[in-house]
Design a protein around this ligand. Structure first.
Ligand code: TNX
Length: 522
């Protein structure tokens, strides 16, 4: 080892001198050797490069404001680091050589809603998809086909070469998401926007926001104002908490929509409701308001399932949420309702499911909701009990896969991790990657599965830096599990790609955990 280093050193110095003093940077690795995450369905490399220059612009197919907006998003990603000032232009046909072209062509069934074809030749970049969402996903691949420095926010030296070839790509699962618990610790609108940026860079398309729990209620409900004037005012450890006004929430929904991410709001019930029970005495069977709570115990609170006012409350909350939710789902929680007897829990969940449906939405619930009678339109989120996931599938409902032992981003990496919990497992980066949703639970197979989601509970997570440390680099692996075909996934190969991805995570200013199971390139 020592000798190797001695011999290699002069070579390294030479290479550094060569790249620093020559006018052009060396050509990038072939397209098939780029460290793309998630791995595309197919990559065919040819042996040339396309270089972005001051003459390069982004041509969008004429007419569509939506495609124009995607073009602008791409320009905003490429211009800061390159300083090339790419402009958006409307094209009536394919542009002249030297440019990037984005178009929705709408005729390839296999590509579906989110698939795309990215074709790079010496003459230019051509990105096509059936739908704008596909163009957006393809842009994430294009970013990763450029040098990591493309992610920097200010002008970088260097040339901007993309290896040539063709990528055809589409997702395995239609739902690829992350969950953020903004109830245990509150996260600002700016934080949530950054998380949306980060998850969408890995082609995730859903952000589930856990908006209410024992420690805080985080979304303004105009018909029940004390939920926020009182119920939002603290958090775990006794900080000041916080909440989103409806205007702020709508802004988040729009921000996510522009990145083809659907926000799924969750109000957890009948348990995990202390913040609501503290705000309105009438939601308690004894009519007495509870104290606000700042600890991290679970399973002690319940709405009064036998009182009509509870259902009026839920109907009002769901109505206001549904009005701000363009996506199809409202999440009703339903987990760890330890003080709600099962004989009360079952009719409660059935009724909540009806309320959600009456407002035009589909219910998602944590896996315990399968104790009730699920409609085929409902979704059970598997986190703990395999038999519940199986029961959901047997009832004809879809299953969302979030096994706590693999996909929980709040679990510690190992016993030395300072943040997080370990009640489910220690989850190193390989463990978070080496599983297949379609074989996780006997009796639950691919056609029963809506997709995958990586939840981040925030009992111990207080700010964005800590959030990033727990989410990265596990989240890109979960994103790949949701997107890429199972047959193409191998830890031994992914590990190299992830290691090569290190400089990109740094350029994105992500505070990631530098796992020793990965060899990180500088
Ligand atoms: C269990 S997972 C919970 C959450 C906690 C989490 C901590 C689930 C549906 N319920 O209330 O925050 O464990 O890891």
């Amino acid at each position: 080892m020592f000798h190797k280093v001695q011999i290699l050193k002069p070579l390294v110095v030479l290479a550094v001198v060569a790249t620093t003093f020559s006018c052009s940077t060396p050509d990038p690795a072939r397209l098939s050797e780029q460290s793309l995450i998630p791995m595309p369905v197919s990559v065919t490399a040819t042996d040339s490069v396309f270089e972005l220059t001051t003459d390069t612009d982004i041509y969008v197919q004429g007419g569509s404001e939506e495609v124009k907006k995607i073009g602008q998003y791409l320009a905003d990603k490429l211009n800061p680091a390159t300083g090339l000032g790419l402009e958006i232009k409307t094209a009536s046909g394919e542009p002249a050589a030297g440019n990037i072209y984005l178009a929705t062509t709408g005729n390839e069934a296999e590509l579906g809603e989110e698939g795309y074809v990215l074709s790079v030749t010496r003459e230019g970049v051509r990105l096509t998809a059936n739908k704008p969402a596909g163009l957006f996903r393809g842009i994430q691949t294009l970013r990763q086909a450029l040098p990591a420095a493309i992610e920097m926010n200010d002008k970088q030296r260097g040339s901007w070469k993309i290896p040539t070839g063709t990528i055809r790509d589409y997702p395995t699962y239609e739902y690829r998401g992350a969950m953020l618990d903004v109830a245990r610790h509150f996260f600002s609108v700016e934080d949530v926007k950054r998380y949306i940026d980060l998850i969408s860079a890995y082609k995730m398309n859903a952000l589930h926001l856990h908006l209410a729990d024992d420690q805080g209620w985080r979304i303004e409900i105009k018909s029940w104002p004390k939920l926020t004037t009182h119920g939002s005012t603290t958090q775990v450890g006794g900080g000041k908490g916080g909440f989103y006004t409806q205007e702020q929430y709508k802004e988040l929904v729009r921000y996510a929509q522009d990145r083809y991410v659907t926000i799924i709001p969750e109000i957890d019930m009948p348990g995990h409701t202390n913040a609501a029970l503290a705000s309105y005495p009438e939601l308690n069977c004894d009519n007495k308001a509870r104290e606000l709570y700042t600890g991290i115990e679970v399973g002690f609170s319940t709405l009064c399932t036998s009182s009509e006012i509870t259902y009026k409350f839920i109907d009002d909350v769901v109505r206001e949420l549904a009005a701000m939710t363009p996506g199809p789902f409202i999440h009703a929680g339903g987990d760890e309702s330890h003080v709600t007897p099962m004989k009360d829990y079952i009719p409660f969940i059935n009724r909540v499911q009806d309320i959600i449906q009456s407002h035009g939405k589909r219910m998602i619930g944590w896996d315990e909701v399968t104790n009730a009678s699920l409609k085929p339109s409902s979704v059970a989120q598997f986190w703990a009990k395999a038999e519940y996931a199986k029961s959901a599938a047997d009832q004809g409902a879809k299953v969302l896969m979030s096994p706590a032992t693999r996909a929980y981003l709040d679990m510690q990496y190992d016993s030395t991790t300072k943040l997080g919990l370990h009640w489910a497992a220690y989850i190193e980066v390989d463990s978070a990657y080496i599983w297949d949703p379609a074989t996780m639970v006997p009796g639950v197979s691919r056609q029963n599965i809506l997709g995958v989601e990586a939840p981040l509970w925030t009992e111990t997570i207080t700010n964005m830096e800590e959030l990033e440390y727990m989410a990265f680099p596990r989240l890109p692996g979960i994103a790949e599990i949701g997107w890429s075909p199972a047959a193409s996934r191998q830890w031994s190969e992914y590990r190299t790609r992830l290691g090569n991805h290190g400089p990109r995570l740094k350029a994105m200013d992500i505070n990631y955990y530098p796992s020793k199971r990965v060899e990180w390139s500088e």
